[in-house]
Ligand binder design. Structure first.
Ligand code: 4NP
Length: 150
């Protein structure tokens, strides 16, 4: 199984989700591949935002991703594609072939905690905002296990 997370810059939210899900899957012994990508090319080739990396590290997650943009092949290659916000989802909906559209979901659809319906962009935010991204990702993991019946 292959899972892709998508945000705008691919330096904050989606690589955080990738790292949290990879660590949780490893803990549980699940054979699942995780990757992330951005709808923009703004930060292609860059490592993740230092603030995301520091907040993730403090909670036990290593972020080693280098940013890349979503490519057409992603829609066929991945089994699930989770968008972080509604703009990301609109971009994916616009580019995704009809026969793969069932793979597109909002990450927050997996969450059981109170949330605004998307993962808020922490880029112009503070430490609380970066921690909240991790909270949502950890919560989404439980929903993901239910989704895949594991
Ligand atoms: P991300 O956050 O989409 O969670 O990676 C952002 C990173 C960079 C920018 C916006 C959002 N930016 O405008 O450069």
């Amino acid at each position: 199984m292959k899972v892709l997370f998508v945000c705008l810059g691919n330096i904050c939210r989606s690589p955080t989700a990738e790292s949290v899900f990879r660590a949780k899957a490893q803990e549980s012994g699940f054979d699942i591949e995780f990757d992330s990508a951005g709808t923009s090319h703004y930060h292609c080739g860059e490592s993740s935002d230092m603030r995301s990396m520091e907040h993730a590290k403090a909670r036990g997650y290593a972020m080693t991703h280098f940013a890349r943009q979503v490519i057409a092949a992603d829609f066929a290659n991945f089994d699930y594609i989770f968008a972080m916000d509604l703009k990301n989802m609109a971009h994916l909906q616009m580019h995704c072939p009809d026969d793969h559209k069932h793979k597109l979901k909002m990450l927050t659809d997996l969450c059981s905690m109170k949330h605004p319906g998307f993962v808020p962009d922490p880029y112009y935010g503070n430490g609380y905002d970066f921690d909240y991204v991790i909270d949502l990702c950890e919560d989404a993991w439980d929903g993901f296990r239910t989704l895949i019946n594991k």
